[in-house]
Design a protein around this ligand. Sequence first.
Ligand code: RET
Length: 279
Amino acid sequence: PAVGAHALQTGPTDAELFEYVFGGGNTLLALSFVVNIALAGLTILGIVYLGRSLTDPRSKTIATALLLISVVSISSYTGLTSGLTLSVIEMPAGHPAAGATTAGESGVLVMWGRYLTWTFSTPFILIALGLIAGSNWTKILTTCAFTIAMCVTGLAAALTTSSLVLRWWWFVLGSIFFLVIVYVILVDWTAEAERTGTSELFRTLKLLTVVGWFGYPILWMLGVEGIAILDVAITSWGYSILDIITKYIVTFLALFYIVDEPESITGGSDYGATIPGSG
Ligand code: RET
């Protein structure tokens, strides 16, 4: 092999993986990708339509962050659909899926494009949530940095083939980063939303986000990357359904609110500034 060749550059090509997923026999998996392309597209159109009358700069910033969630999502699912961000990867010794074969190659189908693209989509979810809570950019960007770290370690966990222990160590690191985000949402932003006057909306968004986001590491553990008790199509549908909740449903709830009540979102003197005198 060429110098520098590694797992991603060997095994089936994108064309072979596309044929494997869409050539029949894997309809369930194929649908879990295509349905989300459609939903992300509809969400983009919905935001452009409903957001067209927004004038308040902070509401516009929120709507733009919401738009970018679905822009990343439609690209992410296009990557999975085309086979470009799928690979067949051999699991290390001791892994329950070690020795499996997929599409005539030894290894399991890994949807690594999901972890890669969460790196770009989850920060926009946190920007929207933080602005709705009336938080400041220090806290918002802190959560963004931690979600990027979490997703990249998840990607590393999925792609590590040298050792089972190191796969799980990556996972533990990612989970610690995740807890930082959960803390900021549940403690800081909950208090800030109270002061800003957005606590009613924030409570709903917080519930969908925190409960929904916990589903991802659970699926990772149960799916083929972890203890492999769920097959790849079921795991993929799990992620696709979680995406519907944590992205499109969160987007529309937030959007209806800022379109209806743009004045209550302008809590801060600056975007995301804490209201003067509120501590
Ligand atoms: C990983 C594995 C490492 C440990 C943890 C994870 C959490 C992932 C989460 C993903 C959320 C994704 C969303 C995508 C929407 O576009 C990476 C699975 C904790 C919380 C909301």
